[in-house]
Design a protein around this ligand. Sequence first.
Ligand code: ZN
Length: 181
Amino acid sequence: MIIKDKEFGEVIVRKSPLSRSIKFSISTSGRLQMSVPSSTPDFFAKRFLSLNRKTIREKLPVKDPGTQKARDYQKKQLMKKAKEYLPYRLEYLAKLYGYKYEKCRLTHANTRWGSCSSNKTISLNIGLMKVPEPLRDYVIVHELAHLNHMDHSPAFWAEVGEHDKNYREHRRKLKAFSPGV
Ligand SMILES: [Zn+2]
C-alpha cells in the first residue's frame, strides 16, 4: 500500500508476516517506508504514521516528494542505459576470458556493485553506469572470477589479477563511488 502524505510524499507500507512491530526506514528513492505486521489494518498504519510524525522528522532523512520523483526518473534512465550495456559487456568479457554464466540480472541495491550466485547468475548494479569504464570492468571481472571461486581467497584474487592487472587500484578507486542510485 502507498499512503500519500502531505509532508512525506509517498509512504510505502509493506505488510510482512515476519514483522511483529511497526518499523520505519528509508527506501533507496528517499521515500519513507513502513514495515508492519500482516494483520495491521490500513487505517491503523495511517494513524501510526500521524502519531510518529515528529520522531520521523527528527530521525529519518525522508526526501521531499520532488526529490523522490526526480530520483525515480534518474533511476529509470540509468536502468535503460544499463540494459543496453551491462549484459553485453558481461557477455563480451566472459567470452574473452572463457567463463560460462547462466544469467545476467540487473539490480539497484544500495550496497553492492555485483554478486555471483551458486547457480551462476551474475547480478550487476545499474549504478555501474555512473563509474569509469575500467572500474566497471573490474566489477564484472570480479564477479566472473567468483564462478570459479565462491570466496575472496588468494586464489580468487590471483584470478582477478590475471584479467585486470590493476585490480587493486580499481578496487580502491571504486570506494569513492556509491552503488546507490
Ligand atoms: Zn566478491
